[in-house]
Design a protein around this ligand. Structure first.
Ligand SMILES: [Zn+2]
Length: 418
């Protein structure tokens, strides 16, 4: 089959109702994290797996925390394309919503609901893309694996990180259908949550000069960290780092010079910055105030998620871009994410080239009245089907005779993590 034929066939086979229906079904099954309740949505998809022609395995990493592994079946010698998508969502305060957060209603071309953009729409589009390939009777040049995971919203310990720890992640490339507004996301910032605890000398509140206020030290630290004057080189897709002082708690009452104050900070990390570099940057900024770690304050790192990126020139990026162009007739945009996704595990720990690309606008993820545009779902289904039909490990499509794009960008040299 020639490339234009394949593109035409895929476009014709994309059914709006199928992807809208599956997205709606997933939105209607609550899976908010916290508390972390992915079991019902896992059970629903597991039940549907035989109809989708996929073999299912459930991996429970903690009581009630489940991940669903789906595969087209082992195909020895064929490259493996992994789709990693999370099934958990952030919580909802329903009173603030104009639309039912668990209704999946479609109004004016938008499907509303918690997780519609982040990222049940992307998961539904990827599964529907596979259905398109199946309905066309295409013999895929790859083995297709879906890891539909728990706990991404809170760092992935019960999800992708657990699958990596159990040596269950093997692939030649990975697609992560998080909401990127259908842009190719090639880099993401990491994060470091840390607690700074300042020490003071208590005294009677009527004579503050007799003590040293932990709150005043904390206030100065909050300002100097908020100013974000860390040594840094802006990243072409990510811009600069940031530092947010998110909480402050200190003192015991109005009439006591405070002895202790705690700040919780969120420092975002650019590729190239290690945990040690990030910590040193904070220590140096606080030192500029004349405060010393260990005597005037303590610093504790609570969470560190490393940044990650893939080179824009990587062959897998070229393959995804060319497939997007072939399916849509336009070149995709590229972008970076200001926060982390599970793609970092693939890129950093496993060396699996990963592109984050999916329907839904980042700006509405985690917000009130979250939605995904039906048109974006449909576009994603077509592009995903093209990726599944074309990922051969060495060539992007079965035939590039008249593609019109730089379709001979080969996927040769995609490093295997197996
Ligand atoms: Zn997400």
């Amino acid at each position: 089959m020639t490339r234009p034929d394949l593109v035409r066939q895929i476009r014709a086979a994309v059914d709006v109702e199928t992807v809208v229906g599956l997205t709606r079904d997933l939105v209607r099954i609550r899976s908010e994290n916290p508390p972390g309740r992915e079991t019902e949505v896992v059970a629903h998809l597991r039940e549907r797996a035989p109809d989708l022609g996929l073999a299912a395995t459930v991996v429970e990493t903690a009581p009630g925390r489940q991940n669903l592994l789906l595969t087209t079946g082992s195909r020895p010698g064929k490259p493996v394309l992994l789709v990693n998508g999370h099934l958990d969502t952030v919580p909802v305060r329903p009173a603030a919503w104009r639309h039912d957060p668990f209704g999946g209603e479609v109004t004016d071309g938008r499907l509303y609901g918690r997780g519609s953009a982040d990222m049940k729409g992307g998961v539904a589009a990827a599964l529907t893309g596979w259905q398109v390939c199946r309905s066309l009777g295409l013999e895929l040049p790859c083995e297709l694996v879906f890891h539909l995971v728990a706990d991404e919203e809170l760092g992935g310990a019960q999800g992708t990180a657990a699958l990596v720890a159990r040596d269950l992640v093997h692939a030649d490339a990975c697609l992560d259908p998080e909401p990127t507004g259908l842009k190719l996301c090639l880099a993401e910032r990491g994060l470091m949550f840390a607690t700074v605890t300042t020490s003071g000398v208590p005294a009677h509140g009527s004579e503050p000069a007799n003590g040293r206020s932990a709150i005043i030290s904390a206030a100065a630290i909050a300002q100097v960290l908020h100013d974000n004057e860390f040594p840094q080189t802006p990243h072409p897709l990510l811009g600069t780092t940031t530092c947010n002082v998110g909480t402050i708690r200190g003192g015991s009452g109005p009439n006591v010079v405070p002895e202790e104050c705690r700040l919780e900070i969120d420092r975002r990390i650019l590729p190239g910055e290690s945990r040690a570099i990030a910590v040193q940057g904070i220590v140096d900024r606080i030192a500029s105030l004349g405060l010393a770690r260990g005597t005037d304050y303590d610093l504790q790192v609570d969470t560190f998620c490393e940044p990650s990126e893939i080179s824009p020139g990587h062959p897998f990026v070229g393959f995804v871009a060319d497939t997007f162009t072939a399916m849509t007739g336009r070149a995709p945009g590229t972008t970076g994410l200001p926060f982390t996704t599970d793609a970092r595990f693939m890129r950093n720990q496993l060396g699996i080239p990963s592109v984050v690309f999916g329907p839904g606008d980042l700006a509405v993820a985690h917000t009130v009245d979250e939605y995904v545009e039906v048109d974006a779902l449909v576009t994603a289904v077509g592009v995903y089907a093209g990726l599944f039909a074309g990922f051969a490990g060495t060539r992007p499509m079965t035939d590039n005779a008249a593609g019109g794009s730089s379709a001979d960008t080969a996927v040769e040299g995609v490093p295997s993590a197996r």
